[in-house]
Design a protein around this ligand. Sequence first.
Ligand SMILES: NC(=O)c1ccc[n+]([C@@H]2O[C@H](COP(=O)([O-])OP(=O)(O)OC[C@H]3O[C@@H](n4cnc5c(N)ncnc54)[C@H](O)[C@@H]3O)[C@@H](O)[C@H]2O)c1
Ligand SMILES: O=C(O)C(=O)C[C@]1(C(=O)O)C=C[C@@H](O)C=C1
Length: 304
Amino acid sequence: MLVRNVAIIGLGLLGGSIGLAVAEFLPGISTRGYDADPQTRDRAQARQLVGMVCDSASEAVANADLVIFCVPVGAIPAAAAEIAEHLPADAIISDVGSSKQTVGEALRAALPHHVVIPAHPVAGTERSGPDAGFATLFQHRWCILTPDGNTPDQALADVRSFWESLGARIEIMDARHHDLVLAVTSHIPHLIAYTIVGTASDLEEVTRGEVIKYSAGGFRDFTRIAASDPTMWRDVFLHNRGAVLEMLGRFTEDLTAMQRAIRSADGDALFDLFSRTRDIRRSIIEMGQDDARPDFGRADHQDG
Ligand SMILES: NC(=O)c1ccc[n+]([C@@H]2O[C@H](COP(=O)([O-])OP(=O)(O)OC[C@H]3O[C@@H](n4cnc5c(N)ncnc54)[C@H](O)[C@@H]3O)[C@@H](O)[C@H]2O)c1
Ligand SMILES: O=C(O)C(=O)C[C@]1(C(=O)O)C=C[C@@H](O)C=C1
């Protein structure tokens, strides 16, 4: 492993968790961090999210051999431009953005002389900011890397080894394929949660408080997801527009089929779908993809 000094740009949930995880699982590696928000820098200092909280991005990257952007995907182009003049020549550039195609393109355009290896740890919570991070966030979770044909083997091995040391499992994927898969497994579920909670809130006028009063089970689970950071998710939908719209088209067709099944009292169609989806839930649990979540059952990471 050649990485010795890591710079983390953005010290919220993801950046803070990486800093804490490096301190715990890679204590030989030094970390510097920078966040555009001064209050976040103060909290990062107080929580010791990184070894050194810097007052500028250029100071944070000055000795870095790995730079990880942990900012909303829409902020990546400007954040990359900010460090371009100050980067060590052999620093590897990475990120944790939830969409990968436009992010990879933006990083490669802004830093054309550097090795860029976009990454997406598929691990998070609905919480954000410098108080949200924790060292075990990446344990047993996938981290998807989207290198291109020019990526040197050694740099890819370094980034892989870095994430594996933080507890993640690595998958290498084409960026466009990543964006299609994540549109289905993460982005559209968030869109549905935002929509149903928004609809319920609009209905609040009609139901005079009953939506909130009787919200339990299903709706409550949706409100957890719908509490996720608005800036982050605005950017995800703007930057993964094509894949989300493609998958949303398919989802809308399936929703219409459900509507038709209910209208025509087609119980078999409803029962068949609900049985299929229950099997999917069971196989997720069997694969340890759910209860393995490090924040499951931890009082400090519960919603509300
Ligand atoms: N939250 C999740 O569950 C999750 C999971 C995986 C990946 N991601 C991705 O990780 C990234 C960060 O998400 P997060 O949840 O940590 O968000 P966050 O809001 O907790 O943290 C983002 C931080 O970036 C800072 N920032 C914004 N622009 C900046 C700039 N130009 N320079 C320096 N700092 C800047 C903000 O002040 C903020 O503190 C996003 O791209 C998101 O898509 C999020
Ligand atoms: O667990 C949650 O609360 C999340 O929303 C995490 C989640 C996801 O959808 O799985 C959200 C965005 C990411 O890019 C990766 C992970």
